[in-house]
Design a protein around this ligand. Structure first.
Ligand code: ZN
Length: 272
């Protein structure tokens, strides 16, 4: 009886070890898959920079572009104050909706401070701007007109498609080929366009606090020498203002140089 019990005990231990080994193998597989999925997702939206990231480009210095979409708003002034204090350049992809009409004059201050002004959308309403290529360029025309009193509009040649260049929400209104058409047309018209590879997720419905915004950025930036960070300066993104000094400090500590989107492109072109 005792010998049988001992044998059962040994078999039990062997089985437990086998189960543990099997679980560990499965767990490693899942981690491996998650790792690659994260990289695939963060690189895919950024067509402009995915190529250099994918080739393991090491000649470039570590650069970071802080980009602010959907403003100006009441949160733009505090953002400008922080950027000035920290002596950090940024890029603003602006809108011209009813909601931010009162803040449009701030565009002149953004430009005067040496930041880059770029185009995003007048209405930012997907159903309107992605109804057809014509509708999209009409919206861009309206945005340029709204900016005219404040900045030299002819000098603006960068844009960011609302929802990003690989968005699928546009397919609902303008068909599955609309983004491809718009990208080709943008290039024909002499525009550069850019997405992002680091997402602050600061304008999501969950309204993350400043600490979460910083965590989101650190998660996406990890391992990238070129970071284009998507942030927002709408009236709802007060937590972005709160997080900004820590975001700047994080990139400084990691050895990045801050630049505008146009400056990053110039550096890339110089090296390539
Ligand atoms: Zn936007």
């Amino acid at each position: 009886m005792r010998r049988n019990a001992k044998r059962e005990d040994q078999t039990g231990r062997l089985l437990a070890a086998l189960v543990a080994a099997a679980l560990l193998t499965v767990l490693c597989g899942i981690i491996h898959q998650l790792y690659h999925r994260e990289y695939a997702e963060t690189d895919t939206p950024n067509d402009c920079f995915a190529a250099s990231a994918a080739t393991g480009e090491t000649a470039l210095p570590k650069l970071v572009c802080l980009t602010f979409d959907d403003g100006p708003s009441k949160n733009t002034r505090p953002i400008l104050d922080i950027l000035e204090k920290e002596q950090v350049p940024a890029t603003f992809f602006v809108c011209a909706q009813d909601a931010n009409e009162a803040y449009m004059p701030l565009v002149a201050d953004i430009a005067a401070a040496g930041h880059q002004i770029a185009l995003h959308s007048a209405t930012h309403q997907y159903s309107k701007i992605y109804a057809s290529p014509d509708a999209f360029w009409q919206d861009i025309k309206a945005l340029r007109q709204a900016l005219e009193p404040y900045v030299e509009v002819d000098a603006i040649d960068w844009l960011r498609f609302p929802g990003g260049s690989t968005n699928t929400v546009s397919h609902r209104y303008g068909g599955s080929g609309i983004m491809k058409t718009l990208k080709a047309q943008a290039e024909e018209k002499g525009y550069h366009w850019i997405d992002w590879n680091v997402c602050a997720e600061d304008a999501t419905a969950s309204h993350p606090n400043a600490a979460q915004i910083l965590r989101n950025i650190r998660r996406d930036a990890d391992g990238h020498d070129l970071c284009v960070v998507l942030l927002h300066d709408t009236k709802a993104t007060g937590q972005t203002v709160k997080a900004l000094p820590d975001i700047i400090q994080y990139f400084r500590e990691q050895g990045y140089t801050f630049c505008t989107v146009a400056q990053m492109d110039a550096v890339k072109n110089e090296i390539n």
